[in-house]
Design a binder for this molecule. Sequence first.
Ligand code: G1P
Length: 286
Amino acid sequence: MRKITHAVIPVAGFGSRMLPLSKSIPKELLPLGNRPVIHYVIEEAIAAGIKHIILVTHPQKQAIENYFDLNVELDTALRDSGKVALADSLQWLPDDVKISAIRQGKRLGLGHAVGAARPIIEGHDFAVLLPDVVIDPFTTNYASQNLAYMTAQFEATGHSQILVEAVAEADIHRYGIANLGAAEKHYQKSTSNQSLPVIGFVEKPEAKKAPSNLAVVGRYVFDSRILDYLDRTAPDKKGEIQLTDAIDALIQSAQVNVTTMIGDSFDAGDMPSYLQAFTYFSAHQR
Ligand code: G1P
């Protein structure tokens, strides 16, 4: 069985849609309730069985690594003043989960960021989680749905999985859009995840040229061969290496499926939807 134990999280971006908040605070550390955005994304990965998380990062974003590291001075000060439960609560990362960081260097697109993790993930099938996207932890079960479902599907079939959700026509131009071809008639909105074969993706099409309204949400489980396709992917018009193009190349030689998402996702990398998410998480805080 090909077990998924590695996940790549690209965090090197400027976060320009979140300025001025993100000027000196990485957008991944902005709060949703009383935790930073990336906290939920890492919890989701761990619940899906991930043991090694690779942050693809930038020198200006070291605060993200620090969030997951033990702060010895703080830990000692809290324990010395009797705040043991608080000190313990900061050490929530399970002992068998490791977080590594690798630098992206030039920011040449999402595909380039994923490819930058190669020195650590070489030889492993792996997941990718985009940290802008937070899946509602209050109404979904991270341990069995969405990413956890995708890893189980991959482990059972060897087919890479791309999470998609139906979006409004007005939002189609913001996403990679799936072309299910003949399988589209099998798609039905449901309360359980479904895995369906996909024949291609179009990155950010105009709504009227889009093959469907099923948008790539920001969770992927990949056959390790995706790294070779990324190496061969030419930059687009903007000079960026698109992950979507490498997936299209992978589809030519291997079956790739979409997984239909259940629950709600929040775009925490865009100001209006971040503010909505902030309100929602604050109201539901554990
Ligand atoms: C990326 C992907 C796109 C996907 C989106 C999800 O775009 O290229 O296919 O739909 O993430 O958030 P970005 O938002 O980085 O431009």
